[in-house]
Design a protein around this ligand. Structure first.
Ligand code: HEC
Length: 123
């Protein structure tokens, strides 16, 4: 009666090892390479830009869009003035002399993320 138990034991522990070996690469993929905060911010900005701003601006921010001009490299100051109030910071020469952009004040807390994304392009 005791014999099968003895034989089962090594089998069980080797199965455990196999399970561990398969689980380890998965674990390191989750916890090992955490994205750096600046890249995470820019990636969030990209998601917002592509879902909101590309209604008028080009998907590639360095190109002119169907309605809005290129916005690559836009500063936080410019984004605050234009996106929140449809205005320009002092001294900024607008790329277009239209007033077609609608203010989007609900994006106030997202502007640093949008700025970080637009900074990844050359103006
Ligand atoms: C309804 C269309 C529309 C949407 C949506 C829109 N824009 Fe615009 N944007 C424009 C137009 C058109 C201009 C040119 C000036 C004008 O007519 O207001 C402009 C100008 C700008 C400028 C000034 C560029 C310069 O240097 O003169 C910035 C910066 C800008 N947009 C950023 C954004 C961002 C960021 C978003 C998304 C949060 C956005 N816009 C969403 C249409 C839009």
């Amino acid at each position: 009666m005791r014999l099968p138990m003895i034989r089962l034991q090594p089998l069980r522990s080797s199965l455990l090892w196999v399970a561990l070996i398969f689980a380890l690469p998965g674990l390191s993929a989750c916890g090992g390479e955490a994205e750096d905060p600046a890249a995470a911010l820019a990636r969030r900005g990209q998601a917002i830009f592509e879902s909101v701003c590309t209604a008028c601006h080009a998907r590639d921010p360095s190109q002119p869009g169907p309605v809005g001009p290129e916005v690559a490299g836009a500063s936080l100051e410019l984004l605050r003035a234009k996106v929140l109030h449809n205005e320009y910071p002092p001294g900024h020469v607008p790329k277009r002399d239209t007033q077609a952009m609608v203010p989007l004040p609900h994006l106030e807390t997202d502007l640093p993320a949008i700025e970080a994304y637009l900074a990844t392009f050359n103006p």
